[in-house]
Ligand binder design. Structure first.
Ligand SMILES: Nc1ncnc2c1ncn2[C@@H]1O[C@H](COP(=O)(O)OP(=O)(O)O)[C@@H](O)[C@H]1O
Ligand SMILES: [Mg+2]
Length: 311
């Protein structure tokens, strides 16, 4: 029996979310937010945290600094039950931070990457990562040091018998390089959002983008915000509606969707169950600040699942 359901290697940092800022941000003025939240952020850590919160055994490897924010992030992740024993805390290094300015009509996401760019293949205990049913990689474009070795990492884990998933998230350089095709060769589940898949396929049309990947990966799942999600498995198309909620913010909704989807996928559930679990976790995450706050409240989670799981 493998030690974990899912292992993840990737970035770990906090999100500082400021709500209620004015639509315009003039220079040299002191601008007041009306609320703030300092919460566990970063795609890889959000997926890991929320997978553990919904009952999966998760092992996580990251590279952070030995600073105060790195310590808080690591404690938050460990509180959810994720095994963080292999995470390297580099002396004198600075852990990343994301500041989210939630304003009328949109948000700005400002990231200082810190150690997130620096995670390397040499930091990864491959026997540990391989001791799972499934391996997930998030934030592909942020993994600057690891990226050239991702095809090799995927091949090793595939040979060890794991299934693999990838969520690229945004490319901060907006270049969407084609090297990802090589990485996708080993991927079992590809989990972009609608904007990302169109960018990677270089088209404005979702159907064209889906057709582009349908023969490249066994299972493609496209997240579409309040419109829910669609999946393409060979010639079969599945779609699943989102759950009606009043969102606080949508930070980490896609990562939470990944956690919900994968929690069912690793148990061999059918596609409808995987998609509705993804939509459930994605919607749930929007109801509290950031990507992990809702999942820290066990009672609230159980109640939300009871209300919405059997629709
Ligand atoms: N306003 C919303 N209402 C209900 N569910 C939502 C909402 N926004 C996001 N979700 C859920 O979260 C998932 C991911 O959201 P999306 O915004 O597409 O991803 P990302 O965070 O990667 O941009 C959606 O597929 C849906 O299940
Ligand atoms: Mg995303």
């Amino acid at each position: 029996m493998p030690q974990f359901d899912v292992t993840i290697a990737g970035e770990l940092n906090l999100d500082l979310v400021l709500y209620g800022l004015p639509a315009e941000l003039p220079h040299e003025r002191e601008l007041l937010a009306d609320r703030m939240a300092l919460t566990l952020g970063s795609s890889s850590a959000i997926v890991a945290h929320n997978l553990a919160a919904i009952g999966c055994k998760v092992g996580f490897i990251s590279r952070i600094g030995d600073d105060a924010l790195g310590k808080i992030a690591l404690e938050r992740l460990a509180e959810s039950g994720v095994d963080v024993s292999r995470t390297c805390q580099v002396k004198g290094a600075i852990t990343g931070l994301t500041v989210i300015l939630a304003r009328e009509g949109g948000r700005n996401i400002l990231t200082y990457p810190g150690t997130s760019f620096e995670l390397r293949l040499a930091d990864l205990d491959l026997d540990y990562l391989g001791s799972a049913r499934h391996f997930h990689l998030s934030s592909y474009y942020l993994q600057r040091a690891l990226r050239p070795d991702v095809p090799k990492l995927f091949e090793i884990l595939k040979r060890a018998g794991l299934t693999l998933s990838l969520d690229t998230n945004d490319d901060p350089d907006d270049r969407w390089p084609k090297e990802i095709m090589e990485t996708l060769r080993c991927v079992d589940v590809f989990l972009p959002n609608e904007r990302e898949i169109k960018k990677i396929a270089d088209t404005d049309h979702l159907d064209e983008a889906i057709a582009h990947f349908a023969n490249l990966v066994p299972l493609l799942v496209v997240k579409m915000g309040a419109a829910g999600a669609v999946a393409q498995r060979g010639g079969e198309r599945f779609s699943s509606k989102s759950i009606k909620v009043t969102p606080v913010d949508s930070v980490g909704a896609g990562d939470s969707f990944d956690a919900g989807f994968l929690s069912q996928y690793v148990r061999g559930a059918d596609m409808a169950a995987c998609l509705s679990s993804g939509n459930l976790a994605g919607a749930f995450s929007t109801t509290r600040a950031g990507g992990t706050e809702a999942f820290r409240d066990r009672k609230y989670q159980e109640q939300f699942w009871r209300e919405h799981a059997e629709r």
